[in-house]
Design a protein around this ligand. Structure first.
Ligand code: HEC
Length: 129
């Protein structure tokens, strides 16, 4: 490939790379917080780490478990397995906001770019821990 062609290819690919970063908005985290209280807290606890029936969703246990995995994998797990007593009972928007809330409680900061509700597009977005 000639050098200008390679440069143009890079320019074309850079917006794709930007769209693939780990982002969520304050609105998503807020919606997720309300949903968490209604649906998830009964098992995972009010602090996300003091649940009697669910594993911790924040802190080192949670981060070590998901380290090196993708946001798509985390979303897929939640879509397919949560809440275990009412599988697949939520909309993609609700699942996405619940995960945004969990990430916000694991020291990730909000941005202006919402997290995609299409979990299959997030397989390349690595969780940072
Ligand atoms: C009826 C109890 C219950 C409810 C309600 C529930 N969970 Fe869970 N959750 C569990 C259990 C038990 C596990 C561990 C299951 C496993 O690892 O296979 C788990 C695991 C998880 C994990 C993976 C944690 C890890 O360290 O691997 C996530 C993320 C999660 N739940 C999110 C949610 C969200 C979001 C909601 C609400 C929409 C929710 N859960 C509702 C019981 C529950």
């Amino acid at each position: 490939m000639t050098r200008p062609a390679a440069f143009i290819l890079l320019l074309l690919l850079s917006p794709l790379a930007a769209a693939q970063s780990l982002t969520f908005t304050q609105a998503q985290a807020d919606a997720g917080k309300a949903l968490y209280r209604d649906v998830c807290q009964v098992c995972h606890g009010s602090s996300l780490a003091n649940g009697q029936f669910g594993t911790p969703l924040r802190g080192s246990f949670f981060r070590d478990k998901w380290k090196g995995k993708s946001l798509g994998e985390l979303l897929t797990f939640v879509y397919e397995k949560m809440p275990p007593d009412k599988l697949m009972s939520l909309t993609p928007e609700q699942y996405t906001s619940a995960v945004a809330y969990i990430l916000s409680r694991n020291d990730m900061v909000v941005s202006d770019t919402p997290m995609s509700t299409d979990k299959d597009s997030l397989g390349g977005v690595l969780l940072p821990w």
